[in-house]
Design a protein around this ligand. Sequence first.
Ligand code: ADP
Length: 494
Amino acid sequence: MVDSGQWVETNCPLFTVHCPLSTEMSIRLRLSLWYVLVLAGILITFAGLLYAVLSFSLFSEVDRRLQIRAADVENSLATALELQTDPRIFISRGGRLTLPTADTFATPGVFVQIATLEGVALTRSENLGAQTLVVSPAALTQVTRGETVYANLTKDRVPLRVYIAPLTVRGQVLAAIVVAESLQGANDTLRRLAFLLIAGIAAGLLFAFGIGAVLAYHALAPIDRITQTAHTIARANDLTRRIEAKATRDEVGRLAATFNAMLGRIEELFRAQQRFVADVSHELRSPLTAIRGNLDLLRRGALDDPEARQETLAAIEAESARMQRLVQDLLLLAQADAGVPIEKRVVELDTLLLDVFRQARLNAGNVKVSLGSEDQVQVIGDADRLKQLFLNLMDNAIKYTPSGGAVTLSFARENDWVRVAVADTGVGIPAQDLPKIFDRFYRVDKARSREKGGTGLGLAICKWIVDAHNGRIEAQSEVGKGSVFTVWLPVSRQ
Ligand code: ADP
Protein backbone atom coordinates (compact mmCIF):
# COMPACT_ATOMS: atom_id res chain seq x y z
CA MET A 1 0.00 0.00 0.00
CA VAL A 2 1.33 3.46 -0.85
CA ASP A 3 1.31 5.93 1.96
CA SER A 4 2.49 9.46 1.20
CA GLY A 5 5.73 8.33 -0.35
CA GLN A 6 6.40 5.39 1.90
CA TRP A 7 6.25 1.76 0.92
CA VAL A 8 4.20 -0.06 3.53
CA GLU A 9 3.50 -3.79 3.47
CA THR A 10 0.06 -4.49 4.91
CA ASN A 11 -0.64 -7.49 7.07
CA CYS A 12 -4.23 -8.23 6.33
CA PRO A 13 -6.36 -10.18 8.80
CA LEU A 14 -7.06 -13.67 7.64
CA PHE A 15 -10.78 -13.55 8.21
CA THR A 16 -13.28 -10.73 8.32
CA VAL A 17 -16.86 -11.02 9.45
CA HIS A 18 -18.54 -10.76 6.07
CA CYS A 19 -16.29 -12.52 3.63
CA PRO A 20 -13.77 -15.12 4.66
CA LEU A 21 -11.71 -14.46 1.56
CA SER A 22 -11.84 -10.70 1.87
CA THR A 23 -10.34 -8.37 -0.72
CA GLU A 24 -8.19 -6.90 2.02
CA MET A 25 -6.05 -10.04 1.91
CA SER A 26 -3.11 -10.32 -0.41
CA ILE A 27 -3.87 -12.16 -3.64
CA ARG A 28 -1.27 -14.72 -2.63
CA LEU A 29 -3.10 -15.61 0.56
CA ARG A 30 -6.46 -15.58 -1.17
CA LEU A 31 -5.20 -17.86 -3.93
CA SER A 32 -3.71 -20.30 -1.44
CA LEU A 33 -6.84 -20.31 0.69
CA TRP A 34 -9.13 -20.84 -2.29
CA TYR A 35 -6.88 -23.61 -3.48
CA VAL A 36 -6.93 -25.29 -0.06
CA LEU A 37 -10.68 -24.78 0.30
CA VAL A 38 -11.44 -26.41 -3.03
CA LEU A 39 -9.02 -29.24 -2.31
CA ALA A 40 -10.56 -29.72 1.17
CA GLY A 41 -14.03 -29.93 -0.40
CA ILE A 42 -12.88 -32.61 -2.82
CA LEU A 43 -10.95 -34.61 -0.21
CA ILE A 44 -13.70 -34.48 2.41
CA THR A 45 -16.35 -35.57 -0.09
CA PHE A 46 -14.13 -38.41 -1.25
CA ALA A 47 -13.28 -39.44 2.31
CA GLY A 48 -16.94 -39.27 3.38
CA LEU A 49 -17.97 -41.47 0.47
CA LEU A 50 -15.21 -43.95 1.19
CA TYR A 51 -16.17 -44.12 4.86
CA ALA A 52 -19.88 -44.55 4.06
CA VAL A 53 -19.27 -47.28 1.48
CA LEU A 54 -16.89 -49.20 3.74
CA SER A 55 -19.13 -49.01 6.82
CA PHE A 56 -22.15 -50.04 4.73
CA SER A 57 -20.33 -53.05 3.33
CA LEU A 58 -18.88 -54.05 6.73
CA PHE A 59 -22.27 -53.94 8.47
CA SER A 60 -24.10 -55.68 5.63
CA GLU A 61 -21.48 -58.40 5.72
CA VAL A 62 -22.21 -58.88 9.46
CA ASP A 63 -25.98 -58.98 8.78
CA ARG A 64 -25.49 -61.50 5.99
CA ARG A 65 -23.40 -63.76 8.21
CA LEU A 66 -26.02 -63.60 10.98
CA GLN A 67 -28.77 -64.48 8.53
CA ILE A 68 -26.84 -67.48 7.16
CA ARG A 69 -26.08 -68.78 10.65
CA ALA A 70 -29.71 -68.38 11.75
CA ALA A 71 -30.89 -70.23 8.65
CA ASP A 72 -28.42 -73.08 9.37
CA VAL A 73 -29.65 -73.33 12.95
CA GLU A 74 -33.31 -73.25 11.94
CA ASN A 75 -32.84 -75.93 9.27
CA SER A 76 -31.06 -78.26 11.59
CA LEU A 77 -33.39 -77.76 14.60
CA ALA A 78 -36.55 -77.89 12.54
CA THR A 79 -35.50 -81.27 11.12
CA ALA A 80 -34.91 -82.61 14.68
CA LEU A 81 -38.16 -81.19 15.97
CA GLU A 82 -40.19 -82.60 13.06
CA LEU A 83 -39.40 -86.03 14.49
CA GLN A 84 -41.10 -85.11 17.79
CA THR A 85 -44.79 -86.00 18.13
CA ASP A 86 -45.48 -82.63 19.68
CA PRO A 87 -42.59 -80.27 19.30
CA ARG A 88 -44.34 -77.58 21.37
CA ILE A 89 -44.57 -79.82 24.44
CA PHE A 90 -41.04 -81.06 23.78
CA ILE A 91 -39.77 -77.46 23.99
CA SER A 92 -41.97 -76.38 26.89
CA ARG A 93 -40.69 -79.29 28.90
CA GLY A 94 -37.16 -78.16 28.21
CA GLY A 95 -36.35 -80.94 25.73
CA ARG A 96 -32.72 -81.10 24.76
CA LEU A 97 -31.90 -79.06 21.66
CA THR A 98 -28.51 -79.61 20.09
CA LEU A 99 -27.18 -76.67 18.06
CA PRO A 100 -25.52 -77.59 14.75
CA THR A 101 -21.78 -77.11 14.69
CA ALA A 102 -20.93 -73.87 13.01
CA ASP A 103 -18.54 -73.42 10.18
CA THR A 104 -16.11 -71.49 12.32
CA PHE A 105 -14.30 -70.06 9.33
CA ALA A 106 -17.42 -68.82 7.57
CA THR A 107 -19.05 -67.38 10.68
CA PRO A 108 -16.36 -66.54 13.21
CA GLY A 109 -17.47 -65.01 16.47
CA VAL A 110 -21.15 -65.55 15.85
CA PHE A 111 -23.08 -66.33 19.03
CA VAL A 112 -26.23 -68.47 18.90
CA GLN A 113 -28.98 -68.81 21.47
CA ILE A 114 -32.38 -70.49 21.31
CA ALA A 115 -34.94 -68.85 23.51
CA THR A 116 -38.58 -69.48 24.26
CA LEU A 117 -41.05 -66.94 22.99
CA GLU A 118 -41.00 -65.48 26.51
CA GLY A 119 -37.25 -64.88 26.25
CA VAL A 120 -35.99 -67.73 28.43
CA ALA A 121 -32.77 -69.16 27.01
CA LEU A 122 -33.13 -72.86 26.11
CA THR A 123 -29.71 -73.48 24.70
CA ARG A 124 -26.61 -71.41 23.78
CA SER A 125 -23.53 -71.81 21.66
CA GLU A 126 -20.40 -72.60 23.60
CA ASN A 127 -18.70 -69.28 22.77
CA LEU A 128 -21.38 -67.50 24.83
CA GLY A 129 -20.18 -69.21 28.01
CA ALA A 130 -22.41 -68.17 30.90
CA GLN A 131 -23.69 -65.09 29.07
CA THR A 132 -27.22 -64.84 27.72
CA LEU A 133 -28.47 -62.62 24.94
CA VAL A 134 -31.34 -60.57 26.30
CA VAL A 135 -34.07 -60.02 23.74
CA SER A 136 -36.50 -57.18 24.16
CA PRO A 137 -40.23 -58.07 24.56
CA ALA A 138 -41.04 -55.96 21.49
CA ALA A 139 -38.65 -58.02 19.38
CA LEU A 140 -40.12 -61.26 20.82
CA THR A 141 -43.63 -60.13 19.89
CA GLN A 142 -42.49 -59.53 16.30
CA VAL A 143 -40.82 -62.92 16.18
CA THR A 144 -43.99 -64.56 17.53
CA ARG A 145 -45.75 -63.10 14.49
CA GLY A 146 -43.20 -64.90 12.30
CA GLU A 147 -41.09 -61.79 11.50
CA THR A 148 -37.34 -61.43 11.75
CA VAL A 149 -35.76 -58.58 13.71
CA TYR A 150 -32.37 -56.86 13.72
CA ALA A 151 -31.23 -55.10 16.87
CA ASN A 152 -28.12 -53.54 18.38
CA LEU A 153 -27.11 -54.55 21.90
CA THR A 154 -24.26 -53.65 24.18
CA LYS A 155 -22.95 -56.40 26.36
CA ASP A 156 -20.05 -55.74 28.72
CA ARG A 157 -19.46 -52.56 26.74
CA VAL A 158 -19.07 -54.58 23.57
CA PRO A 159 -21.45 -53.56 20.81
CA LEU A 160 -23.35 -56.49 19.33
CA ARG A 161 -25.45 -56.86 16.22
CA VAL A 162 -28.33 -59.23 16.92
CA TYR A 163 -30.59 -61.04 14.49
CA ILE A 164 -33.70 -62.76 15.84
CA ALA A 165 -35.61 -65.19 13.66
CA PRO A 166 -38.58 -67.47 14.48
CA LEU A 167 -38.04 -71.22 14.77
CA THR A 168 -41.02 -72.55 12.85
CA VAL A 169 -42.10 -76.19 12.85
CA ARG A 170 -45.22 -77.37 11.03
CA GLY A 171 -46.26 -73.73 10.49
CA GLN A 172 -46.00 -72.91 14.18
CA VAL A 173 -43.48 -70.51 15.76
CA LEU A 174 -42.04 -72.49 18.64
CA ALA A 175 -39.01 -70.48 19.70
CA ALA A 176 -36.69 -67.60 18.78
CA ILE A 177 -33.30 -68.14 17.22
CA VAL A 178 -31.06 -65.36 18.45
CA VAL A 179 -27.75 -64.93 16.63
CA ALA A 180 -25.32 -62.13 17.44
CA GLU A 181 -21.92 -60.92 16.40
CA SER A 182 -19.61 -58.40 17.97
CA LEU A 183 -19.25 -55.13 16.05
CA GLN A 184 -16.01 -54.34 17.78
CA GLY A 185 -13.89 -55.37 14.81
CA ALA A 186 -15.94 -53.41 12.28
CA ASN A 187 -16.03 -50.37 14.56
CA ASP A 188 -12.29 -50.55 15.11
CA THR A 189 -11.66 -50.77 11.39
CA LEU A 190 -13.90 -47.76 10.78
CA ARG A 191 -12.31 -45.78 13.58
CA ARG A 192 -8.85 -46.48 12.20
CA LEU A 193 -10.00 -45.49 8.74
CA ALA A 194 -11.57 -42.26 10.03
CA PHE A 195 -8.36 -41.41 11.88
CA LEU A 196 -6.25 -42.10 8.82
CA LEU A 197 -8.55 -40.06 6.61
CA ILE A 198 -8.70 -37.06 8.95
CA ALA A 199 -4.97 -37.09 9.61
CA GLY A 200 -4.22 -37.63 5.92
CA ILE A 201 -6.53 -34.84 4.81
CA ALA A 202 -5.23 -32.42 7.42
CA ALA A 203 -1.61 -33.17 6.51
CA GLY A 204 -2.43 -33.02 2.79
CA LEU A 205 -4.19 -29.67 3.16
CA LEU A 206 -1.38 -28.23 5.21
CA PHE A 207 1.12 -29.40 2.62
CA ALA A 208 -1.07 -28.07 -0.22
CA PHE A 209 -1.38 -24.71 1.53
CA GLY A 210 2.38 -24.51 1.90
CA ILE A 211 3.03 -25.48 -1.71
CA GLY A 212 0.23 -23.19 -2.90
CA ALA A 213 1.64 -20.27 -0.93
CA VAL A 214 5.14 -20.85 -2.30
CA LEU A 215 3.82 -21.19 -5.88
CA ALA A 216 1.64 -18.10 -5.53
CA TYR A 217 4.57 -16.20 -4.06
CA HIS A 218 6.81 -17.07 -6.98
CA ALA A 219 4.08 -16.47 -9.55
CA LEU A 220 3.16 -13.07 -8.14
CA ALA A 221 6.60 -11.86 -7.12
CA PRO A 222 7.06 -10.03 -10.46
CA ILE A 223 3.84 -8.12 -9.77
CA ASP A 224 5.33 -6.90 -6.53
CA ARG A 225 8.39 -5.84 -8.45
CA ILE A 226 6.19 -4.01 -10.97
CA THR A 227 4.41 -2.18 -8.16
CA GLN A 228 7.67 -1.26 -6.49
CA THR A 229 9.17 -0.02 -9.76
CA ALA A 230 6.04 2.04 -10.43
CA HIS A 231 6.35 3.42 -6.95
CA THR A 232 10.03 4.28 -7.38
CA ILE A 233 9.28 5.94 -10.70
CA ALA A 234 6.53 8.02 -9.13
CA ARG A 235 8.75 8.95 -6.21
CA ALA A 236 11.98 9.60 -8.05
CA ASN A 237 10.35 11.09 -11.18
CA ASP A 238 12.58 8.79 -13.18
CA LEU A 239 10.97 7.65 -16.41
CA THR A 240 14.08 5.85 -17.62
CA ARG A 241 13.58 2.94 -15.23
CA ARG A 242 12.13 -0.33 -16.51
CA ILE A 243 10.86 -3.48 -14.86
CA GLU A 244 13.40 -6.26 -14.85
CA ALA A 245 11.21 -9.24 -15.59
CA LYS A 246 11.98 -12.36 -17.58
CA ALA A 247 10.57 -12.14 -21.08
CA THR A 248 7.93 -14.81 -20.53
CA ARG A 249 4.71 -15.08 -22.48
CA ASP A 250 2.55 -15.63 -19.39
CA GLU A 251 0.23 -13.05 -17.83
CA VAL A 252 2.91 -11.56 -15.62
CA GLY A 253 5.44 -11.42 -18.45
CA ARG A 254 2.89 -9.70 -20.64
CA LEU A 255 1.99 -7.26 -17.87
CA ALA A 256 5.65 -6.38 -17.37
CA ALA A 257 6.18 -5.96 -21.12
CA THR A 258 3.07 -3.79 -21.44
CA PHE A 259 4.10 -1.73 -18.44
CA ASN A 260 7.58 -1.22 -19.91
CA ALA A 261 6.09 -0.32 -23.30
CA MET A 262 3.79 2.17 -21.58
CA LEU A 263 6.73 3.66 -19.68
CA GLY A 264 8.67 3.91 -22.95
CA ARG A 265 5.79 5.74 -24.57
CA ILE A 266 5.35 8.08 -21.60
CA GLU A 267 9.08 8.78 -21.57
CA GLU A 268 9.04 9.46 -25.29
CA LEU A 269 6.10 11.84 -24.94
CA PHE A 270 7.70 13.51 -21.97
CA ARG A 271 10.97 14.03 -23.83
CA ALA A 272 9.10 15.27 -26.90
CA GLN A 273 7.21 17.67 -24.68
CA GLN A 274 10.44 18.94 -23.13
CA ARG A 275 12.04 19.27 -26.56
CA PHE A 276 8.99 21.05 -27.87
CA VAL A 277 8.93 23.60 -25.05
CA ALA A 278 12.66 24.21 -25.51
CA ASP A 279 12.20 24.60 -29.28
CA VAL A 280 9.27 26.97 -28.89
CA SER A 281 11.19 29.14 -26.43
CA HIS A 282 14.16 29.15 -28.73
CA GLU A 283 12.08 30.01 -31.79
CA LEU A 284 10.31 32.83 -29.98
CA ARG A 285 13.51 34.18 -28.52
CA SER A 286 15.20 34.93 -31.85
CA PRO A 287 12.47 37.24 -33.26
CA LEU A 288 12.04 38.88 -29.87
CA THR A 289 15.78 39.54 -29.63
CA ALA A 290 15.75 40.92 -33.16
CA ILE A 291 12.79 43.19 -32.37
CA ARG A 292 14.41 44.46 -29.18
CA GLY A 293 17.68 45.09 -31.00
CA ASN A 294 15.94 47.10 -33.68
CA LEU A 295 13.96 49.06 -31.09
CA ASP A 296 17.25 49.83 -29.42
CA LEU A 297 18.60 51.11 -32.71
CA LEU A 298 15.58 53.36 -33.09
CA ARG A 299 16.05 54.71 -29.60
CA ARG A 300 19.69 55.41 -30.29
CA GLY A 301 19.04 57.67 -33.23
CA ALA A 302 17.85 55.61 -36.14
CA LEU A 303 14.60 57.55 -35.96
CA ASP A 304 16.33 60.63 -37.30
CA ASP A 305 17.69 58.94 -40.40
CA PRO A 306 14.73 58.14 -42.69
CA GLU A 307 16.56 55.34 -44.49
CA ALA A 308 17.78 53.68 -41.29
CA ARG A 309 14.34 54.13 -39.74
CA GLN A 310 12.71 52.46 -42.73
CA GLU A 311 15.13 49.57 -42.58
CA THR A 312 14.68 49.10 -38.83
CA LEU A 313 10.92 49.26 -39.02
CA ALA A 314 10.92 46.73 -41.89
CA ALA A 315 13.06 44.36 -39.82
CA ILE A 316 10.71 44.72 -36.86
CA GLU A 317 7.73 44.06 -39.11
CA ALA A 318 9.35 40.98 -40.64
CA GLU A 319 10.25 39.53 -37.25
CA SER A 320 6.81 40.15 -35.78
CA ALA A 321 5.23 38.59 -38.88
CA ARG A 322 7.42 35.52 -38.35
CA MET A 323 6.43 35.41 -34.74
CA GLN A 324 2.79 35.68 -35.68
CA ARG A 325 3.19 32.79 -38.14
CA LEU A 326 4.95 30.76 -35.50
CA VAL A 327 2.22 31.36 -32.95
CA GLN A 328 -0.48 30.54 -35.53
CA ASP A 329 1.30 27.32 -36.46
CA LEU A 330 1.70 26.39 -32.81
CA LEU A 331 -1.96 27.05 -32.18
CA LEU A 332 -2.90 24.85 -35.09
CA LEU A 333 -0.67 22.03 -33.86
CA ALA A 334 -2.07 22.40 -30.35
CA GLN A 335 -5.56 21.99 -31.81
CA ALA A 336 -4.35 18.97 -33.74
CA ASP A 337 -2.92 17.44 -30.56
CA ALA A 338 -6.15 18.14 -28.72
CA GLY A 339 -7.96 16.15 -31.42
CA VAL A 340 -10.08 19.04 -32.72
CA PRO A 341 -11.90 17.48 -35.69
CA ILE A 342 -11.60 18.93 -39.17
CA GLU A 343 -14.54 19.79 -41.38
CA LYS A 344 -15.66 17.04 -43.76
CA ARG A 345 -17.20 18.44 -46.92
CA VAL A 346 -16.93 17.65 -50.58
CA VAL A 347 -14.03 19.63 -51.98
CA GLU A 348 -13.34 20.23 -55.71
CA LEU A 349 -9.67 19.45 -55.41
CA ASP A 350 -8.77 20.46 -58.96
CA THR A 351 -10.25 23.97 -58.47
CA LEU A 352 -8.50 24.26 -55.10
CA LEU A 353 -5.14 23.20 -56.58
CA LEU A 354 -5.45 25.66 -59.47
CA ASP A 355 -6.04 28.36 -56.87
CA VAL A 356 -2.94 27.26 -54.98
CA PHE A 357 -1.00 27.22 -58.23
CA ARG A 358 -2.03 30.79 -59.05
CA GLN A 359 -1.22 32.03 -55.56
CA ALA A 360 2.18 30.29 -55.52
CA ARG A 361 3.08 31.78 -58.88
CA LEU A 362 2.65 35.27 -57.44
CA ASN A 363 5.41 34.63 -54.85
CA ALA A 364 7.66 32.61 -57.12
CA GLY A 365 10.17 35.31 -57.94
CA ASN A 366 12.66 33.90 -60.40
CA VAL A 367 11.51 30.33 -60.00
CA LYS A 368 9.43 28.97 -62.83
CA VAL A 369 6.18 27.49 -61.50
CA SER A 370 4.25 25.30 -63.90
CA LEU A 371 1.34 22.87 -63.94
CA GLY A 372 1.87 19.20 -64.83
CA SER A 373 -0.91 16.71 -65.34
CA GLU A 374 -4.35 17.60 -63.98
CA ASP A 375 -7.52 15.64 -63.42
CA GLN A 376 -10.96 16.61 -62.26
CA VAL A 377 -11.34 15.11 -58.79
CA GLN A 378 -13.31 15.55 -55.57
CA VAL A 379 -12.23 14.67 -52.05
CA ILE A 380 -13.93 14.84 -48.66
CA GLY A 381 -12.31 17.22 -46.27
CA ASP A 382 -11.60 20.72 -45.08
CA ALA A 383 -10.92 23.06 -48.00
CA ASP A 384 -9.01 25.62 -45.90
CA ARG A 385 -6.72 23.01 -44.42
CA LEU A 386 -6.12 21.35 -47.79
CA LYS A 387 -5.25 24.70 -49.28
CA GLN A 388 -2.85 25.33 -46.41
CA LEU A 389 -1.26 21.93 -47.04
CA PHE A 390 -0.56 22.52 -50.72
CA LEU A 391 0.45 26.16 -50.22
CA ASN A 392 3.00 25.00 -47.63
CA LEU A 393 4.43 22.47 -50.04
CA MET A 394 4.54 24.97 -52.92
CA ASP A 395 6.08 27.65 -50.64
CA ASN A 396 8.77 25.23 -49.51
CA ALA A 397 9.48 24.16 -53.08
CA ILE A 398 9.88 27.79 -54.15
CA LYS A 399 11.81 28.69 -50.97
CA TYR A 400 14.38 25.93 -51.39
CA THR A 401 14.82 26.31 -55.16
CA PRO A 402 17.42 28.81 -56.34
CA SER A 403 16.44 31.36 -59.00
CA GLY A 404 16.20 29.87 -62.42
CA GLY A 405 14.90 26.59 -61.03
CA ALA A 406 11.47 25.11 -61.66
CA VAL A 407 8.56 23.93 -59.53
CA THR A 408 5.82 21.73 -60.98
CA LEU A 409 2.44 20.99 -59.47
CA SER A 410 0.61 17.99 -60.88
CA PHE A 411 -2.37 15.94 -59.75
CA ALA A 412 -3.84 12.80 -61.22
CA ARG A 413 -6.47 10.33 -60.21
CA GLU A 414 -5.29 6.76 -59.65
CA ASN A 415 -8.16 4.35 -58.89
CA ASP A 416 -9.64 5.47 -55.58
CA TRP A 417 -6.84 7.89 -54.84
CA VAL A 418 -5.68 11.23 -56.08
CA ARG A 419 -1.94 11.79 -56.25
CA VAL A 420 -0.76 15.37 -55.89
CA ALA A 421 2.94 15.95 -56.54
CA VAL A 422 4.97 19.08 -55.90
CA ALA A 423 8.34 18.69 -57.63
CA ASP A 424 11.21 21.15 -57.61
CA THR A 425 14.73 21.38 -58.96
CA GLY A 426 16.01 22.90 -55.70
CA VAL A 427 18.70 22.16 -53.17
CA GLY A 428 17.27 18.78 -52.16
CA ILE A 429 17.38 17.09 -48.79
CA PRO A 430 20.17 14.75 -47.62
CA ALA A 431 19.05 11.12 -47.27
CA GLN A 432 19.76 11.03 -43.52
CA ASP A 433 17.46 14.04 -42.93
CA LEU A 434 14.62 12.80 -45.10
CA PRO A 435 12.89 10.62 -42.46
CA LYS A 436 12.91 13.49 -39.94
CA ILE A 437 11.66 16.43 -41.98
CA PHE A 438 8.06 15.94 -40.86
CA ASP A 439 9.09 16.34 -37.20
CA ARG A 440 8.25 19.59 -35.46
CA PHE A 441 11.03 22.18 -35.68
CA TYR A 442 13.25 19.89 -37.73
CA ARG A 443 15.19 21.86 -40.31
CA VAL A 444 17.99 20.70 -42.54
CA ASP A 445 19.57 24.11 -42.71
CA LYS A 446 18.38 26.23 -39.77
CA ALA A 447 19.96 29.49 -40.94
CA ARG A 448 18.54 29.12 -44.41
CA SER A 449 15.06 28.32 -43.10
CA ARG A 450 15.08 31.32 -40.75
CA GLU A 451 16.37 33.60 -43.43
CA LYS A 452 13.42 32.51 -45.58
CA GLY A 453 10.97 33.16 -42.73
CA GLY A 454 10.39 29.45 -42.00
CA THR A 455 9.19 28.24 -38.62
CA GLY A 456 10.16 24.58 -38.96
CA LEU A 457 6.54 23.61 -38.40
CA GLY A 458 5.27 23.70 -41.99
CA LEU A 459 5.81 20.02 -42.83
CA ALA A 460 4.57 18.88 -39.40
CA ILE A 461 1.33 20.71 -40.12
CA CYS A 462 1.20 19.18 -43.63
CA LYS A 463 1.58 15.71 -42.12
CA TRP A 464 -1.22 16.34 -39.62
CA ILE A 465 -3.57 17.64 -42.34
CA VAL A 466 -2.86 14.61 -44.57
CA ASP A 467 -3.39 12.19 -41.67
CA ALA A 468 -6.64 13.90 -40.73
CA HIS A 469 -7.83 13.29 -44.31
CA ASN A 470 -6.85 9.60 -44.14
CA GLY A 471 -4.15 10.14 -46.72
CA ARG A 472 -0.39 9.86 -46.74
CA ILE A 473 2.55 12.07 -47.63
CA GLU A 474 5.93 10.99 -49.01
CA ALA A 475 9.11 12.88 -49.79
CA GLN A 476 11.79 11.92 -52.30
CA SER A 477 14.85 14.01 -52.73
CA GLU A 478 18.36 14.16 -54.07
CA VAL A 479 20.81 16.79 -52.89
CA GLY A 480 21.50 19.32 -55.63
CA LYS A 481 18.87 17.88 -57.95
CA GLY A 482 15.58 18.59 -56.26
CA SER A 483 12.72 17.11 -54.28
CA VAL A 484 9.28 15.67 -54.90
CA PHE A 485 6.59 15.79 -52.20
CA THR A 486 3.70 13.46 -53.02
CA VAL A 487 0.34 13.55 -51.25
CA TRP A 488 -2.20 10.71 -51.63
CA LEU A 489 -5.81 11.44 -50.70
CA PRO A 490 -8.83 9.16 -50.97
CA VAL A 491 -11.24 10.26 -53.71
CA SER A 492 -14.83 11.11 -52.76
CA ARG A 493 -17.51 8.84 -54.26
CA GLN A 494 -20.32 11.35 -53.83
P1 ADP B 1 10.55 25.47 -42.67
O1 ADP B 1 9.70 26.48 -42.08
O2 ADP B 1 11.95 25.48 -42.16
O3 ADP B 1 10.46 25.41 -44.14
P2 ADP B 1 9.21 22.96 -42.85
O4 ADP B 1 8.62 22.08 -41.82
O5 ADP B 1 8.31 23.43 -43.91
O6 ADP B 1 9.97 24.10 -42.12
O7 ADP B 1 10.35 22.10 -43.53
C1 ADP B 1 11.28 21.41 -42.73
C2 ADP B 1 12.65 21.38 -43.40
O8 ADP B 1 12.57 20.51 -44.53
C3 ADP B 1 13.08 22.69 -43.98
O9 ADP B 1 13.77 23.42 -43.01
C4 ADP B 1 13.97 22.32 -45.12
O10 ADP B 1 15.28 22.09 -44.64
C5 ADP B 1 13.40 21.00 -45.58
N1 ADP B 1 12.58 21.16 -46.81
C6 ADP B 1 11.23 21.23 -46.85
N2 ADP B 1 10.82 21.32 -48.16
C7 ADP B 1 11.93 21.29 -48.92
C8 ADP B 1 12.17 21.34 -50.33
N3 ADP B 1 11.17 21.42 -51.21
N4 ADP B 1 13.46 21.27 -50.75
C9 ADP B 1 14.47 21.17 -49.87
N5 ADP B 1 14.31 21.10 -48.53
C10 ADP B 1 13.07 21.19 -48.05
